[in-house]
Each structure stands twice: as structure tokens, then as C-alpha cells.
Write a protein that binds this ligand. Structure first.
Ligand SMILES: N[C@@H](CCC(=O)N[C@@H](CS)C(=O)NCC(=O)O)C(=O)O
Length: 203
């Protein structure tokens, strides 16, 4: 199996961490989406990463489908609980963490347009989603060590990935001070080898 990914994609990082936590061997293939020869469109018509290319050359996307596939490759140490209620809550955490990533990335992309073409209302709208999302994640985590049922799961990985993205692109947000429960969780997550191995590099 091969994973098309980029170093700074929080969705790809989620998949890379799941593969590492589950000890599943995946060949990592870094890609540059702006490169005209980038192979992503051949495997995902949406042109997005991550994409998992299977042995028969079929492909899986998006990150939520890939993590489900990887989690079921081995029966041990499930990161997505088998029990229905816990499973739904883990997936809701993931949906919110990924949604905060979506909004944070949309704001970054708008801010990269030539200044005269930027729309401050779009940036404000996206940052509203980021701030409300982080507040909810912070409140829902409370003093718990892990997001769901005090057990390490995909919810914790997804949360760590959005916080890693904020660390990379939004240091000025002061999220650690505003959301102390998230800061504590991120400090715990950052000690895991799977997190250290996949830390985004500033480009
Ligand atoms: N919901 C998708 C989001 C994937 C995504 O937006 N990836 C970004 C990179 S961080 C991308 O490929 N952007 C290129 C584009 O939107 O054209 C997932 O979870 O995999």
C-alpha cells in the first residue's frame, strides 16, 4: 500500500498516525499538489490528499475512509470502537476536528490571495468556525485525559492533528492560553512516537 501525502496536511497526518499506531506498513509517497505531474488526480478525481493506493492499484479517499480501512486491517487495538455509541462519538470528534481544519485551511488560502482580492468577510467567517469549534472541543474534553470514554482513540488523533496544524499556521491565535484543556491534551499527544515522527515541517 502507498499513501500519497504532504508533510503539512493534517488529514494525511491523521492517516499516517493511525498507520503508525496500528503498526501497518505503508509506503509513504510525498507529493506536491501544485506540481503539473502530481499523480493525485489519477487516483482521486477530487484531486485531494491523502489517497491510499491499494495493492491492486485501486484507491481509497478521503482520510475518514482510509482510517476506517486501516483500523480494520488488524483486529487488535482498535482506534475506532466497535461498540456503536462510542463509535459515533469518536466519529463526531473527528468530524469536528476535521471541520476546524477545513475552516483554518480555507482562511489560510484566502489570506494567500493577492491582498486586493482577499475578502476579509470570508476570513472572518472561517475564523468564526475555528474559534467556535475549538471552544466546543475544549469544553467537551474538560479535564478528561482522552476524548471518549477515557480511552485513546481516533478522536484523540484527529484532535492532535488539528492542534498541530494550528501550531504550524496559527501561532498568533494564542490557542494554548485560550483553550487550556486542548493545550494539555496536545502536550500529551506530542510525546507519542507516532506524533513525533509525523510532525509537520515549516515550509
Ligand atoms: N475531507 C478530506 C480533506 C482533504 C483535503 O482537503 N486535503 C487538502 C490538503 S490538506 C487538499 O488536498 N487540498 C487540495 C484541494 O482542495 O484541491 C479528507 O479528510 O481527506
Amino acid at each position: 500500500m502507498k499513501l500519497l501525502y504532504s508533510n503539512t496536511s493534517p488529514y494525511a497526518r491523521k492517516v499516517r498516525i493511525v498507520a503508525a499506531e496500528k503498526h501497518i506498513e505503508v509506503t509513504m509517497v510525498p507529493v506536491v499538489l501544485a506540481d503539473p505531474d502530481c499523480p493525485v488526480n489519477d487516483y482521486n478525481p477530487l484531486g485531494k490528499i491523502p489517497v491510499l493506493i491499494l495493492a491492486d492499484d485501486d484507491s481509497l479517499y478521503d482520510s475518514r475512509v482510509i482510517v476506517e480501512y486501516l483500523d480494520n486491517r488488524t483486529p487488535l487495538a482498535h482506534l475506532i470502537p466497535q461498540e456503536h455509541s462510542a463509535r459515533v462519538w469518536v466519529r463526531r470528534w473527528e468530524a469536528l476536528a476535521d471541520g476546524v481544519c477545513d475552516a483554518a485551511i480555507a482562511a489560510v488560502m484566502e489570506g494567500r490571495r493577492p491582498e486586493a482580492m482577499q475578502d476579509p468577510a470570508i476570513i472572518a467567517k472561517q475564523m468564526g468556525k475555528v474559534e467556535r469549534g475549538l471552544q466546543t472541543l475544549n469544553d467537551d474534553l474538560g479535564k478528561n485525559k482522552w476524548c471518549v470514554n477515557n480511552t485513546f482513540s481516533l478522536a484523540d488523533i484527529a484532535l492532535g492533528c488539528v492542534l498541530g496544524y494550528l501550531e504550524l499556521r496559527y501561532q498568533q491565535l494564542g490557542w494554548r492560553e485560550q483553550y487550556p484543556n486542548l493545550a494539555r491534551h496536545y502536550a500529551d499527544m506530542s510525546k507519542r512516537p507516532s506524533f513525533r515522527q509525523t510532525a509537520p515541517v515549516v515550509q
